[in-house]
Design a protein around this ligand. Structure first.
Ligand SMILES: Cc1ncc(COP(=O)(O)O)c(C=O)c1O
Length: 482
């Protein structure tokens, strides 16, 4: 700290500097917003300023941001949101009566009839009741208690809050949290921030990124030597790997969690995004209850859903705080959802398919899902025609995580440049073709393998261009370094 005096008054250094900041935060990395994205933004600026490049726009296929990629918002949701945020519009006859009814109900449950008011910590009660009803319906009638629903500002917020509750202890007693590799970097970032021990279990790329209980067992056994494994995180459908877990696999995971006395965190934000034939989404909660009280009354679990994915891809504008009560009822797993769920899910049930203005709502959802399914197939198909790229089927979620074979000379060149090889590859792709992807190293991958993650969200015609550009680039890159 500098102690130089100015006019006789000691001048002390800044309180917050890179050297003095929280070391846990310093360890946090978030690949989907990392250096490659920063460079993409810079290139966009250069293009705006008239720089000549081999392309005229940067296509950002790095992040699962549906609306940014041109996905059409569901009209009814936008109407309700507009009415809630500006209630004067309730007098406007451009808005359908059912949207007004929905908005009045929400406003009636808010303090001062305003969505700007603080809500109860757990979220607005009538919304939690609706979420519980939705979950019951989704799970074939298995009861869901609104008291176990916690609304949050997004799945990220809820996951971090839950992890905060679970992480404790020191030294070998420090909480270990099992996460899949490849993983969604929210998890590694949150664990670094909390100073928890990250326990990696690897998904099996040769078996379509499936989860093998033997691998879970290996990971937990090794981790017991240096920490206290207490939590198992599962992402289903998977990000970045796009796999959908079979029911059998979910049962096996639940049995494993019971045997190893682990708290289960089921990240199910892509539950509506299932495309592959023969695949279906099974909620962990449903499977847990169907396994009977031996499991449902002992295994502790929280599951997470979001409104920022699939056909919603929406923001949450209702204002509320979230504090997870420290008490968790073992008998009834909790669900943490963000708030638009209630509006959308109920809207999209058959009886709600038409607004009073006879505006068909259902096709908006169907169109989005059909387009995603087509893009999932197209992506797999095109990548698998490129020598040096292998791509598993995109069974669900919004991403593909193809494996790329990189020539040794390219690996050496990357080392010289101080970059990991797949970062070097993605940077070159960005500079030469204007395509922004995320290097596989940002998600974790088996030593010696290289990947990238790409979203399948760009509109079909644009996606075809993206795939073509990657194909051309990969061939050129391979030739250059062979
Ligand atoms: C697996 C997974 N979990 C959680 C989230 C975060 O969801 P939200 O946008 O609701 O914070 C994402 C977002 O991409 C995700 O892919």
């Amino acid at each position: 700290m500098s102690q130089e005096a100015v006019n006789g008054v000691p001048c002390r250094g800044k309180v917050l500097t890179l050297d003095t900041m929280n070391p846990n935060v310093k360890r946090v990395e978030y690949a989907v917003r990392g250096p490659i994205v920063q460079r993409a933004v810079q290139i966009e600026k250069e293009l705006r300023e008239g720089a000549k490049k081999p392309f005229t726009e940067v296509i950002k296929a790095n992040i699962g941001d549906a609306h940014a990629m041109g996905q059409k918002p569901v009209t009814f949701l936008r109407q309700v949101l507009a009415l809630c945020s500006y209630p004067e519009l309730l007098e406007d006859n451009k808005f359908p009566e059912d949207a007004k009814k929905r908005a009045r109900r929400i406003l009636g449950a808010c303090g001062g009839q305003s969505i700007g008011a603080y809500s109860a910590s757990q979220g607005i009660e009538c919304v939690r009741q609706d979420v519980a009803r939705y979950i019951e319906k989704r799970d074939g009638g298995i009861p869901s208690n609104p008291d176990n629903i916690y609304l949050s500002t997004g799945a990220s917020d809820a996951i971090v809050t839950m992890l905060k509750l679970l992480v404790c202890g020191e030294g070998r007693g420090r909480t270990g949290v099992m996460i899949s590799i490849p993983q969604y970097p929210l998890y590694s970032a949150a664990l670094a921030d909390l100073g928890a021990v990250q326990i990696n279990y690897y998904l099996d790329e040769d078996k379509c990124w499936s989860l093998d209980i033997k691998e879970l067992r290996r990971a937990v056994t090794e981790a017991r030597q240096h920490c206290n494994p207490r939590v198992l995180c599962i992402i289903n459908p998977g990000n970045p790997t796009g796999q959908v877990q079979s029911r059998q696999c979910i049962e096996d995971v639940i049995r494993f969690a019971k045997e190893e006395h682990l708290f289960l965190m089921a990240d199910e934000v892509y539950q509506d995004n299932v495309y592959a034939e023969g695949c279906a989404f099974h909620s962990f909660k449903k499977v847990l209850f169907e396994m009977g009280p031996e499991y449902s009354s002992t295994v502790e679990m929280a599951s997470f859903h979001s409104t920022s994915k699939c056909y919603m891809g929406d923001i949450q504008i209702l204002n509320h705080t979230v504090i997870i009560q420290a008490y968790l009822n073992k008998k009834d797993p909790i669900s943490l959802c963000s708030i638009l769920i209630r509006k959308s899910k109920r809207t999209l049930q058959p009886s709600h398919m038409y607004s009073t203005q006879n505006q068909l709502l259902f096709p908006e959802r169907t169109a989005v899902l059909a387009a995603l399914a087509e893009k999932a197939r197209l992506t797999e198909q095109v990548f698998n025609t490129v020598p040096g790229i292998t791509c598993n089927p995109v069974q669900g979620a919004m991403y593909t995580f193809p494996r790329i074979t990189l020539p040794q000379k390219a690996i050496d060149k990357a080392k010289e440049a101080g970059q990991v090889p797949d970062m070097f590859y993605c940077m070159r792709l960005l500079e030469e073709e204007g395509i922004c992807l995320v290097p596989g190293s940002g998600f974790g991958q088996r030593e010696g393998t290289f990947h990238f993650r790409m979203t399948i969200l760009p509109p079909t015609e644009k996606l075809k261009i993206v795939l073509q550009k990657i194909r051309d680039f990969h061939q050129r890159f391979t030739q250059e370094f062979s």
